[in-house]
Design a protein around this ligand. Structure first.
Ligand code: ADP
Ligand code: MG
Length: 682
């Protein structure tokens, strides 16, 4: 008998070849298959009379084919099948492109359902390439049809048939992860009904019930998982840090901290004095000055006689932190060092030795900090910067180098406070909601490709004034496939270099390059040796090049708003007026509305909120990157009330039965979802 972990190729009716196709969608097991939820639905339940079809309207008609379809070859590579179909009200002319087989499969005298966009005029109604199926089959018409996110090689129909097979295979084995009392208490449908109707809704109401139940379930399990992480943590004790006079630290800063920075520092120092390990998220918009909050914590820790570590996601960021912080720290009598993967083995050994001997107070580095051979004498504080690039596991790995060290996580992805509290339920949250004084607005505009020449002229003028520019290309193409980013970026850079800016220095960087190559390109750019840098979003995080003043984003419609905001944050970091230019040829009203938001506001929190509303359910926060389970159904932008309900249900259950011994299916699913966090869970 099938289990949820069964490989899909063993499900009746699927087989090896289709399993391979499904794998491209990340579907491997039966559980993956039935949890591959539609991104939208097409309501094809209404059958219209041909006479009532309005031009431009998409609808189903039920009509009989009047005569055998004709096939004509217009030219090479273009075959037309034409037919006429009638119902009681009128006639419809139907044309199919390049589907020659329909000539013989559609029979005169038979009745079919055609689903498509009505064209023509009130006298002559037409459809081109409609979905067609025999009356009574009811697979693609006559019901609410799911629309799945797809990739090349898998069609909606194939996927939907596979899911049908999957659902049939697990009829009796789906465990209900919601305890009965919770399910009934919150008027939620049973699990079988939910999976059936999220894929094959019997009606709009059934779909609502299914969605509500699955969203609730996600939020419920999520809350339980995070609460468990937190409660494990609450049991841990650590010697409280003592009070330290911070005046010396403040006196070496070239500026005074903003009120928001001070508040975050106070919150963090409070944690470290409390006798429990700090586990705090400090989130602030790009440029809000998170580094200084971290520095204050480091100083506080070192004055308490313990070591501190700051881990950055890339070598260049680590180096930047080192260059910025080390001189200041040395002045304060704090000994600093840098440790990155590209250093020679010998240097690494030396630094590791000094760390183990306690000769280094503050170490700044990359993943190298968590490598097995690195030991610390007494690690008291771990700071991770730009944490959306680190998984929970990596944070934990660094923490394990010390004896329950304090953890400060810095994130530049602003999210509304309420959501932060949920998503980072295992963390306390501080928010820097204020920028240092005197920041300039970054002039942001959204333009179409028609402006490209003017844009190039503008870039040239900036370069002539000694400024530098970024041009970012998307990593994902229109149909959701991952194109060859290497090709896109290198070709574009080459074109710019040879055809547009032969006299300027153009360079490129993308994710497929070796870390060392990337670092080299970035360092050259930071050193002002490049005028124009063509890149993928690899430059999205943290890099600080004050001389860069223009950020151009190609195909801006393919980026999320928060991501665009992050990209924009790469400029405007110096004293020069800076610009962000979003290029998009998209005609979609929704896209234009999205891009308008970002041109209108520079407030990352506002942008995040809008993004959340517009993007709907999915992996908005990169939860999976954090090592937390993603949300597939729940939409945190819209399901706020449901979230409250699910949270209170989870809290009530945990209060009554903290070990979840009364509901093993719930416990098992939470453990599975939070498997990556197992070390912290156990
Ligand atoms: P982020 O939050 O994006 O990491 P940074 O810590 O890199 O921001 O700070 C951005 C810039 O603002 C840096 O050049 C930093 O020196 C400067 N800065 C930070 N705090 C202040 C402040 N209170 N007043 C003026 N400048 C500040
Ligand atoms: Mg930063």
């Amino acid at each position: 008998m099938a289990e949820l972990s069964t490989d899909v190729q063993f499900i009746r009716g699927i087989g090896g070849q289709r399993a391979k196709a499904l794998e491209k969608l990340g579907i491997r097991t039966l559980r993956d298959l039935i949890s591959y939820f539609p991104r939208a639905y097409d309501d094809r339940t209404q059958i219209k009379h041909i006479l009532d079809l309005q031009p431009g309207e998409t609808a189903c008609v039920e009509a009989m084919v009047t005569a055998p379809p004709t096939l004509s070859r217009v030219r090479k590579g273009l075959e037309l099948v034409k037919l006429r179909a009638v119902d009681d009200s009128g006639a419809l002319d139907v044309t199919f492109f390049n589907q020659a087989w329909l000539k013989s499969s559609l029979k005169a005298g038979e009745t079919y359902i055609f689903y498509g966009r009505a064209e023509g005029n009130l006298l002559r109604r037409q459809m081109t390439n409609p979905v067609v199926e025999p009356l009574g089959r009811g697979e693609q018409t006559g019901r609410i049809v799911p629309v799945y996110p797809l990739t090349a090689g898998v069609s909606q129909l194939i996927l939907s048939r596979s899911i049908r097979q999957g659902l049939d295979a697990c009829q009796d084995i789906l465990p209900d992860v919601l305890p009965d009392a919770v399910r009934q208490g919150h008027q939620l449908c049973r699990i079988g009904f939910a999976y059936e109707n999220i894929h094959f809704p019997a009606s709009a109401e059934a779909l609502d019930l299914a969605r509500r139940r699955l969203a609730f379930e996600e939020l419920f399990l999520f809350t339980i998982g995070l609460r468990s992480l937190r409660s494990r943590r609450d049991e841990i004790r650590t010697p409280p840090f003592r009070e330290v006079d911070m005046a010396a630290f403040y006196s070496v800063l070239p500026f005074t901290l903003t009120a928001a920075q001070r508040r975050c520092v106070e919150e963090a120092l409070g944690d470290m004095r409390s006798g429990k390990p700090m586990n705090r998220l400090c989130q602030g918009d790009v440029g809000s000055g998170k580094t200084m909050v971290a520095a204050a914590c480091v100083y506080f820790c070192v004055k308490n006689g313990r070591q501190a570590a700051l881990m950055a996601p890339t070598e260049i960021l680590a180096r930047q932190h080192y260059d910025g912080l080390a001189p200041m720290m040395e002045k304060l009598g704090v000994s600093c060092a840098l440790l990155t993967g590209s250093m020679s083995a010998k240097t690494k050994r030396t630094i590791s030795g000094q760390l183990a001997a306690g000769e280094i107070d503050f170490i700044i580095g990359t993943h190298a900090l968590i490598s097995g051979s690195v030991e610390y004498q007494d690690l008291g504080l771990v700071v991770t910067d730009e944490q959306h690039r680190f998984g929970v596991g990596q944070r934990a790995a660094l923490a394990s180098k010390g004896n329950s060290p304090h953890m400060l996580v810095m994130s530049a992805t602003p999210i509304p406070r309420t959501l932060a509290l949920i998503l980072y339920g295992d963390l306390d949250v501080s928010i820097i909601d204020e920028l240092p004084p005197g920041r300039q607005q970054i002039g942001t505009s959204a333009v179409s490709g028609g402006y490209r020449q003017r844009l190039y002229d503008f870039l040239r003028r900036q370069a002539e004034e000694g400024r530098q520019c970024y041009i970012v290309c998307p990593e994902v193409s229109e149909n959701g496939e991952t194109p060859d980013e290497r090709k896109a970026v290198t070709q574009y850079a080459k074109k710019l270099q040879t055809e547009v800016f032969p006299d300027l220095r153009v360079a490129f960087v993308h994710g497929k390059m070796k870390a060392r190559e990337k670092e080299a390109v970035m360092s050259a750019f930071a050193a002002g040796e490049t005028d124009i840098l063509v890149s993928t979003t690899v430059i999205e995080v943290g890099v600080d090049v004050p001389n860069a003043t223009v950020m151009v984003v190609e195909n801006a419609e393919r980026f999320g708003l928060s991501q665009l905001h992050q990209l924009r944050g790469r400029v405007g970091r110096g004293s020069h007026k800076s610009y962000c230019i979003l290029i998009s040829d998209s005609k979609s009203e929704e896209t234009r509305q999205r891009l308008r938001i970002i041109t209108k506001t520079g407030d990352g929190f506002k942008i995040a909120e809008e993004d959340l509303h517009l993007r709907g359910p999915g992996d908005f926060f990169g939860l999976r990157q954090h090592g937390l389970p993603g949300l597939r159904v729940a939409d945190l932008g819209c399901d706020a009330a449901l979230l409250k309900e699910a949270q209170s249900a989870a809290v009530a259950l945990l209060a009554e039965d903290p070990k979840l011994s009364s509901c093993p299916a719930t416990a098992a699913r939470v453990a599975e979802l939070f498997a990556q966090n197992a070390e912290t869970l156990n």
